[in-house]
Design a binder for this molecule. Structure first.
Ligand SMILES: NC(=O)c1ccc[n+]([C@@H]2O[C@H](COP(=O)([O-])OP(=O)(O)OC[C@H]3O[C@@H](n4cnc5c(N)ncnc54)[C@H](O)[C@@H]3O)[C@@H](O)[C@H]2O)c1
Length: 385
């Protein structure tokens, strides 16, 4: 039995991310296990209020999951003191207007990324939230993946020696929607609707890089729209105006070079949908969502380049898998629990709207790099106006 309850407005709970990751895997999983444990041993239970545009969809969701509250009236929800947290999983385009209302209503706010469609808007949200003195958080889910948690431990233990470079491969084939339905929403491929792989993925790369390796100081990116026409959810052809592949080079504070390919137009020939190889003077690692394999310098093979001889080294066998040593909960849920503790008992949660704005800044500067053909510096930003 929980000691207190916190009410959470879940706007966009019927969407892909809102439903699967935030409602089912996070809030309902927390609810069904009796809430979040606080530092003094008491528990805070979660009470979701589903918000969306279709009453029928919300009713169906509520019935299916035993949820008491749902509404299509966001303003009424924001005016009601029962709900302390506003959470936003809307399409990116609709986000900043809704978040501004939630700031004005004095709610604590937790949101999907990117926080806004432009850096200017994202920074304004960070400034408004700071001025209003409200707690605010942005999804940093990749940092909570088991593979990246193992990577953090390798870094903290000094395994790498001096880290030299990071190489990331993210992507998979997203069906065009003609002979086979697409596995992503069509708005992702229309820039006028907030789509594009740069605005989608560079915010992720920004927080992964700045939290594990160093802040991003410059970006060089080449961006492409490889598939110019796709077919939408209703079977209609549409012009894919947004970028669907991006090849980026990032210079990090401390002299580390990162290069990350992001693509919805590549076929997977690796163990996971995202993989990072980190090379250091004392060792290297390859991490994915779950896996993490390492090669220390003392076990590094010595290949010799000779095109006349077939390579005899089985490179795969020269890596050691890092074992799972603890149970990891779903990453979205882990961050939700941290944010709820932040709201209820002021526990630390550093991934705020300003971090979200830095993510959007990297996306915009990446697109600028592509259009100018030059390397673009990333300035420091502040939430003080
Ligand atoms: N953290 C991650 O790994 C990750 C992955 C995918 C998407 N996202 C982000 O999550 C957000 C939602 O993406 P999704 O894939 O779930 O999209 P989706 O299209 O499945 O869901 C979007 C939701 O917004 C609602 N909506 C659409 N237009 C609206 C409007 N004009 N006004 C109000 N509501 C509207 C829809 O009803 C739906 O509930 C996006 O910002 C996206 O960038 C994050």
């Amino acid at each position: 039995m929980a000691d207190t309850t916190i009410g959470i407005i879940m706007n966009g709970a019927s969407g892909r991310m809102g439903y699967r990751q935030h409602l089912v895997r996070s809030i309902l999983a927390i609810r069904d296990e009796g809430g979040v444990e606080l530092s003094d041993g008491t528990r805070v239970q979660v009470e979701p209020l589903l918000v969306g545009r279709s009453e029928a969809k919300l009713r169906d969701l509520a019935q299916r999951h035993g949820i008491e509250h749902y509404t299509t009236d966001l303003d009424a929800a924001l005016a009601d003191d029962r709900w302390q947290i506003y959470a936003d999983f809307l399409v990116t385009k609709a986000r900043s207007a809704a978040i501004k209302k939630a700031i004005a209503a004095g709610k604590a706010i937790y949101t999907e990324k990117p926080t806004a469609e432009t850096f200017e808007d994202a920074l304004e949200l960070a400034r408004l939230a700071t001025q209003a003195g409200i707690k605010n958080g942005v999804v940093h889910d990749k940092l909570y993946l088991p593979g990246l948690l193992k990577l953090r431990r390798l870094i903290d233990s000094g395994f790498f020696g001096r880290i030299l470079s990071v190489r990331g491969e993210f992507g998979y084939w997203v069906f065009e929607g003609d002979w086979h339905p697409s596995q992503r929403p069509s708005w992702n491929y229309r820039s006028e609707d907030g789509g594009g792989i740069v605005v989608d993925m560079f915010p992720h790369w920004n927080y992964v890089l700045e939290n594990l390796f160093g802040t991003v100081q410059s970006v060089y990116a080449h961006v492409a729209t490889e598939i110019p026409e796709r077919v939408d959810e209703g079977g209609e052809r549409y012009a894919a105006t947004a970028d669907d592949a991006a090849y980026g080079i990032f210079e990090l504070a401390g002299g580390i070079t990162a290069q990350i390919n992001s693509s919805w137009t590549t076929r997977v020939n690796r163990d996971e949908l995202v993989e990072f190889q980190v090379d250091g003077t004392h060792g290297s690692a390859v991490v994915g969502l779950f896996g993490c394999k390492i090669q220390p310098r003392n076990a590094t093979p010595k290949p010799v380049w000779n095109p006349d001889l077939k390579n005899e080294i089985d490179f795969d066998s020269t890596w050691v898998e890092v074992p799972d040593t603890e149970d990891n909960v779903n990453g979205f849920r882990a961050q939700w629990e941290q944010f709820i503790r932040h709201v209820v008992e002021d526990a630390p949660h550093e991934y705020d709207f300003l971090a979200g704005a830095r993510g959007m800044l990297l996306a915009e500067r990446g697109l600028e790099s592509h259009s100018t053909g030059s390397r673009v510096a990333i300035p420091e930003v502040s939430a003080e106006a």
